[in-house]
Structure formats: structure tokens, C-alpha cells
Design a protein around this ligand. Sequence first.
Ligand code: DGL
Length: 272
Amino acid sequence: MSQHKISPDSPIGIFDSGIGGLTVVKAVQACLPAERIIYFGDTARVPYGPKSQVTIRRYAREDTEILLKHQPKMIIVACNTVSALALDVVEQTAGDIPVIGVLKAGAELAARRTRSGKIGVIGTQATILSNAYACAINEENREFEVVSKACPLFVPLAEEGFIDHPATRLVAEEYLSGIAGSEIDTLVLGCTHYPILRRVIEQITGPGISIIDSAEAVAGKARELLSAQGMLNPGTGKALPHLMVSDLPQKFRELYRLFMGTELPDVELVGI
Ligand code: DGL
């Protein structure tokens, strides 16, 4: 249970298995520029997607504990895999601190956006096998049909910085040609690593399919929740995020430069 003294000036804690959650950092910075951000990327243990539920739940608790040391006012689970299999673990560990996950935000936005009611979802093996997206979308509307596909190789390709690489295009064609031809009008990028490869994904799905980025969806939810609680940071400063990783901080810095294209913050190495 947490006994944190939180205030509007407290940071927002965000975590993911690796660099994927930077897509959430970017979206939160765009939506809430005055907020301070503490980010943890579990680079020693990425990827989470091919691992068992027991392991993912343990990682989720440990990742949350790392963020709690910085007394956040909110935790954003910037990992669909953890959101699908271990959101309750994060909530229990966080105690009174509000927790929001990318998965529900992505599902709600997809349900609002679709016209045909046929929605595609791509994600890690664990996310797709859990069926959590289909359940969350059907909670919005029971009539909606969900077509899912696991795309495990997208995570290492994103971690490698293969943003617009022929290998990424080849893998994307293999994964997406079926789903793109299945009459969906909306496709959820149900893994926060995937927006990094969005350009290649969109080239294959074409202009008729609307792409839902769960990272953008969760940033909007964070703003709503903080505003409802009177916890928006009143400052005007634009602080750099405080970045922490469990391995290879230098590599993380290079990828940060590639994806964020901004001033480089220091990256702290933390033990898990
Ligand atoms: N970025 C994460 C997700 O949204 C996890 C990817 C992984 O570690 O396999 O699911």
C-alpha cells in the first residue's frame, strides 16, 4: 500500500518492457506538456509478449515498485501485454495511486471510430491469446466483430530501430496481408512498440483502414482523469522526462534520439 504524498506537481509514472512506451511518453508530452514524466523501460527483460502470465505478472509488480519510489500521482501502463494480463497486479501494488492502461483506452477509441463494426487488432502473442482486446471492444458494443493477429517479430524490429527497413516491410506483409483483406475498417496497434513501425504498417493496410494508436488514446484518458481530480500540473515548464532502464542505457539513449528527435535526457540504470 502506498503512503505517498502526491500533489499536482508530482510526476506521471509510465512503464513498458522497453522502448515501446516512448510512444506513450510522446503522446503524453503533446497532450500534457506541463507534466513531469518518470519512465521505466525494462530493457533487461524485453520482450514480454512471448512470456507466461506468471512471469508477466511478476514483472508488472516489480516495474510498478520502481516507479512508486518516485511518488507518482498516476501510473500509465504503457504496455498492452501488462494491461491485458496484469493490470490488477499494478493496481494492487500502486494502492491509492490511479492506474490507467493502454488496452482499455485503445479498445474504447476503436469502438468509437469504427463504422462497419469490424475491427482488427494486432499485438503480442500474450495480448492476442488473452483475448482481452476482443472482450474490451465487446464491452463497448457486443455486435462488433474482432479479427486478431499476433505480430511478435515487430517488437525486436522496433527495438532494433528498423523503422523503415525492407526486413520490416517483408515481415509486415506476411503478418498483415490476411487481416487487411478481411474487410475491417479499423486496425488497433495493440502493442506500444507498433506505432514506431506505423509508416510501414499503413503502406500495407492502405488508406481505407483507420489506424488506432493505443498510446495516443491513453494520453487523452490521462488528461481527463487528472483534470477530474484537480491534479493537472499548473506549471508552464517543459521538463525532460526522467528515464530509467534495467539494461543498456546507452542503447536506449540512441533509440530515444531516433524516435523522439528531441533533446536527450540522461538515462539512469536501475537494478531489478
Ligand atoms: N510494448 C509492449 C506492449 O504494448 C510489450 C512488447 C513486448 O515486450 O513484447 O505489448
